[in-house]
Each structure stands twice: as C-alpha cells, then as structure tokens.
Design a protein around this ligand. Sequence first.
Ligand code: PMP
Length: 286
Amino acid sequence: MTRTVYVNGTYLPETEAKISIFDRGFLMADGVYEVTSVLDGKLIDFDGHCARLGRSLAELEMAAPCSDAELLTIFRDLVRINDIVDGMVYLQVTRGNPGDRDFAYPPADTPPTLVAFTQNKPGLADSPAAKVGWKVISVPDMRWGRRDIKTTQLLYPSMAKMMAKAAAVDDSWFVQDGSVTEGTSNNAYIVKGNRIVTRQLSHDLLHGITRAAVLRLAAEAQMEVEERPFTIAEAQDADEAFVTSASAFVMPVVQIDGVDLAAGKPGPVAARLREIYIDEMRKTAI
Ligand code: PMP
C-alpha cells in the first residue's frame, strides 16, 4: 500500500514526496526528529514528544514549524488516512532550504522543513522479543557531545547497530569513560534487588520520553530508583537489565557482552514495568 505522507503543509503519496537537495537536513544533518508510538489508533505520550521537540528546536535556535495543536492534527490525520492501529508516527524538522550549501545558518526567516510519515507495526505492544529479551554488546560511545538534542545525525548509532548484528545480538550499549551512557536508540537500566539504576540526565544521553514515564510509574509502584552511571561489570552482575524507548516500550536485556543475566531470562521487574507502562499509555493515549 502506498503511504500518504506529510511534507510542508501537504498530504501526498510517498512516491510523490520531494525535498530539495539543498535542504539542511540532507546536507548537514541539521534537523531534529521525534518518534511517537500509536496503540489502538491513538498517540502515546504526544505531549512529552512535543515538549522534547520544542527543546531540541530551541537548543539549535531553529524555528518551530507549527504549533503543538497543528502537529496533533497532522499526526491524527496521518494515522487515520493510513489506517494505523499499531505503529509509529515519525516527524522530522530541518532548518529548511537556503537554496545553496553554506556552513552558516541561513537567515532566520528561512522556512523550516516539516516531514511526517507513519510506520505500520501490527501488534507493536505484543512484541515476541519482549518475551525472550535482548542480548547486547558494549561499544565505545563515539557520538558528539550533545546527545540530549534529538538530531538526525544517526550514523554512529547505525554503525553500532551493525556491530550488534555482526556479533549476532540485538543492540549495542554505548560506554564512555567506563560507564554506560545509553543504548543505540534507547535508555539503559539495571536492577539490583528492589533498586533500578539508570544514568542521570545530562548532555551525554537523550532524555527519553519513555524513561520519564517509566521512572514516574516505578516510583508510584514503590520501586527504588537511583540515577547514576553504572559500568558494564556492574550490569553483568545485576539481577536484570532493560531498555526503554517509544517504540520498544520496556524491553528486557538478558545478556551483556556474552554474560547471561538471571540465567538468560527476562526478569520480573522489567516484565512488570512493561505491563504497567503499556497499560498506562493505553489509558492516556489521545
Ligand atoms: N536514547 C537514544 C539515543 C534514542 O535514540 C532514543 C529513542 N529515540 C532513546 C534514548 C529513547 O527515547 P524515547 O523514550 O523518547 O523514545
């Protein structure tokens, strides 16, 4: 089926969507993005994604292409037109098309480029992977220093995903100065006893929207949360581990650099948080 996508105010078939070769997103990765999940035809944590988009744009002095209310209309239109029950809405905003290539930002009145499209993922919340868990390897974190801004510079995370594939595992965890920053496209956690440990927010990692919801729900469920860095050795010695992201929700991690956690089976804390998170998101989806 040909998708209907959104480009700068127009809904059109994906085969007809066009962006200029001078677009700053294309030439400089001068763009930011958001991925919002859809369950039962409704958007998960839309407000959280809007807030982070606003922050990414502000950090890069990039103009907002439209209001949050207009974005909601676009997202809902795309979900409806493309018959998405479970899946994702991908949104990208770039600094637009200055009409030539130049390192300096174009004049502030250059219109930003706004692109959005859906991805159909039937049964998104019932992923078979969540029942077996992911295996991960550690790789050096060689990304730039502002990972809190959700830019489209995803080459190193793509390389890290390929390193994981080459090692026949599911993902890579980035390690900087001896401790884990996050996964290629998710935030990383370990569990020891009743305590969940995850790295504190800083420029070193993306401020996950799922992370914020899961930490809030964990606290409400009387689980202890400690925000601090942890090493791979500490993770390998943990009772369990997991990652969170808008599309994977809460995903158990059962092996780190070849060492099995809890006999290589998803742990109860990750399973419970996954259930609580999905329940809550279904209730609050719009
Ligand atoms: N870290 C990185 C590097 C990511 O790419 C993502 C997903 N975009 C996350 C964390 C998780 O963020 P969220 O929960 O908002 O999807």
